[in-house]
Design a protein around this ligand. Structure first.
Ligand code: 5GP
Length: 216
């Protein structure tokens, strides 16, 4: 559970870690494992108008809302970003993100390229983006079929959309090819550690160094 990167005594500014990938590249598994392994990062739970899949929990995986509720949230500007994906709406509620960052922790976003673009357009210095690629098309198809949570039509549609989603890889800061979950998790942790160590994110450094120089 430790995530000590040597800076735990120094106050730092939280960052926004975005993970995007085509469906079936293992992004959900990777996100869960990262959250389980690191107590300084919290998931941004998105709102969606899509139907709940078996095993999904309202308020944990998503907040499942109906289209009028979603539209109301858009009108009240409650979303940091939102987009239409596969005919459903998905959006990131602004409040919880501000709360997590305000508490000095990091936020993990599992969002598509459209949402990432919106966050990037806001010019936020706290944004770190990672694109997850599957090792092969065959592998991607296999994972979508074995998951079997979606209808055959949806799987076919998702395979078509995967090619489109993957065309956005070059817009991301980091790219991880997910051949092995353990190796990919190690890579994600390395990205997070390095980004946390960036000088401008360690806002408590001047106080810390002052203390060192004064012999405290
Ligand atoms: P799924 O329906 O498989 O859970 O998600 C479909 C796609 O929607 C995934 O690529 C996922 O990353 C994306 N997604 C989930 N939540 C959000 C969100 O709040 N905003 C945006 N832009 N995309 C999202």
């Amino acid at each position: 559970m430790s995530n000590d990167n040597g800076t735990s005594a120094i106050q730092r500014r939280g960052l926004m870690l975005v993970l995007s990938s085509p469906s079936g590249a293992g992004k959900t598994t990777l996100s869960r494992q990262l959250l389980d392994n690191d107590n300084q990062i919290r998931l941004s739970v998105s709102c969606t108008t899509r139907q709940k899949r078996p095993g999904e929990r309202d308020g944990v995986d998503y907040r499942f809302v109906d289209p009028p509720t979603f539209r109301g949230m858009i009108e009240r500007r409650e979303f940091l970003e939102y987009a239409e994906v596969f005919g459903n709406y998905y959006g990131t509620p602004r409040g919880p993100v501000d709360e997590i960052l305000g508490a000095g922790m990091d936020v993990l976003f599992d969002i598509d390229w459209q949402g990432t673009q919106q966050l990037r357009d806001k010019g936020r210095a706290d944004l770190v983006t990672v694109f997850i690629l599957p090792p092969s098309t065959r592998d991607l198809e296999k994972r979508l079929l074995t998951r079997a949570q979606d209808s055959k039509d949806t799987v076919a549609l998702r395979m078509m959309k995967a090619a489109d989603e993957m065309s956005h890889w070059a817009e991301y800061d980091y790219v991880v090819v997910n051949s092995d979950i353990g190796t990919s998790l190690t890579s994600l942790k390395a990205i997070l550690t390095a980004e946390r160590l960036k000088r401008e994110r360690q806002v408590g450094l001047s106080v810390f160094v002052k203390g060192l120089r004064e012999g405290r």
